[in-house]
Write a protein that binds this ligand. Structure first.
Ligand SMILES: NC(=O)c1ccc[n+]([C@@H]2O[C@H](COP(=O)([O-])OP(=O)(O)OC[C@H]3O[C@@H](n4cnc5c(N)ncnc54)[C@H](OP(=O)(O)O)[C@@H]3O)[C@@H](O)[C@H]2O)c1
Length: 382
């Protein structure tokens, strides 16, 4: 029985992870659940999965949460204290880090420092704090298992042949605007940006997929996860989202991982690793699949170049990239910034703060805060 703690249980990844737990009741047990504001959903999950600890973002929500739990009793915590307790729960073998945004960094570090294996969906942790995450993993001695479908694919292709890998190729669906022309994007609505053709995901990552900032963040994530320099990480648009990523080997072979586009597959692999359990998703119908690949259009997707520049600059630049993007996406979702304004805000924030340094967690969080408020101000001017 593997005991797991889920950070962000009420979100898209967290909920799908609980669906995987339900498929393997004899192999997976939930010991802690942490969520943000969705008290009703957390209470329903707790009643079903009977964890020892649950945590909610705001302590003021605890009385409502307790009332919703009825007869079920467990420890209830809130805020940073609750997240950290869920992350480092003494009974957990594995922690699923599936909060959205920089909020995922401190609990991811706490889990790794405590020696837990971490299944990582929260890519923002690696973008803003890659070296901190690797150092915490070294000290704690746990494993870091990718959940993002692309990185799960790379992990599966690389394992055992690390020395033979020439380049990593991350695939991207291209999102809802793959066929658009740059001038079509001026009047994009929130509804259009949230209409992803292949994946059902949380709002922030769905907008990131529409701008392709998501792929830029994933290039940085791949660099930290696999220790490969940026010059050896490519991006290809693959509209069908069947090849989740691939590696080119030194002898000219390409190894790809394929599966239906359903996040339960990479989640199940991270939870079952190093084993493989019976499929929770349908097998691919290859006779019906068509596979096409193309270069991303740099004019349509300027976020990719911005992310690469920030990645190569290093220091605090990826922190600024991530924070400005989070703030700009939030402004877009609130109807306060245009779609094209997202990249414009990130570019300006990078120009102003991109050469700052940030090494410790405190410095990363302080720079994140500055970049976030700068981006909020810039968004008001657009
Ligand atoms: N969704 C996908 O298919 C997918 C695929 C690959 C990678 N990822 C990555 O996985 C992560 C999660 O994405 P998602 O789509 O699952 O996001 P989501 O649906 O928005 O869920 C985010 C989760 O984080 C919780 N949360 C947010 N801020 C919090 C805080 N301050 N304290 C405690 N909990 C907090 C939310 O709680 P409440 O809802 O209760 O407020 C929710 O449970 C992201 O880093 C994303 O890039 C997602």
């Amino acid at each position: 029985m593997k005991k797991i703690s889920i950070l962000g249980s009420t979100g898209s990844i967290g909920s799908q992870a609980l669906a995987v737990v339900e498929a393997f009741p004899e192999r997976l047990e939930v010991v802690a659940l942490a969520a943000g504001r969705n008290v009703e959903k957390l209470a329903a999950q707790a009643i079903k999965h009977r964890p020892k600890l649950i945590s909610i973002a705001d302590p003021e929500d605890i009385p409502q949460l307790r009332a919703l739990l009825g007869d079920f009793r467990c420890e209830i915590l809130a805020g940073d204290e609750g997240l950290e307790a869920a992350a480092a729960h003494p009974d957990a073998d594995l922690v699923l880090s599936s909060l959205v945004g920089i909020a995922g960094l401190p609990p991811t570090l706490a889990a790794l420092e405590a020696g837990r294996d971490v299944a990582l969906a929260n890519k923002e942790s690696l973008v803003a704090g890659g070296s901190l995450v690797l150092a915490a993993k070294e000290r704690g001695g746990g494993k870091l298992l990718p959940v993002d479908s692309e990185h799960s694919a790379l992990f599966q292709c690389i394992e055992g042949r690390e020395e033979q890998v020439e380049t990593l190729v991350l695939t991207a669906s291209g999102g809802p605007f793959r066929e658009a022309k740059p001038e079509d994007l001026a009047n994009v609505t929130v509804k259009e940006a949230l209409a992803h053709p292949n994946w059902q995901m949380g709002a922030k990552i769905t907008v990131d997929s529409a701008t392709m900032m998501n792929k830029g963040l994933e290039v940085i994530e791949a660099h930290w996860l696999f220790g490969v320099p940026y010059s050896r990480i490519e991006v290809l648009v693959h509209p069908q989202s069947i090849v989740h990523s691939l590696v080119r080997l030194v002898d000219g072979s390409c190894l790809a991982q394929m599966a239906v586009p359903d996040m339960r597959q990479p989640i199940a692999y991270a939870l079952s690793y190093p084993e493989r359990w019976p499929s929770v998703v349908p097998q691919l119908d290859l006779a019906k699949a068509s596979l096409t690949f193309q270069e991303p259009d740099p004019e349509l997707f300027p976020a990719l170049a911005l992310a690469r520049e920030a990645a190569l600059a290093g220091g605090g630049a990826p922190v600024v990239l991530n924070a400005a993007n989070e703030a700009a996406v939030a402004a877009f979702l609130a109807g306060k910034l245009s779609f094209l304004g997202i990249c414009a805000v990130v570019e300006e924030a990078l120009a102003k703060l991109g050469s700052e340094k940030a090494s410790s967690l405190e410095e990363v969080l302080a720079l994140d805060k500055r970049a976030r408020s700068l981006a909020e101000e810039l968004a008001k001017l657009k």
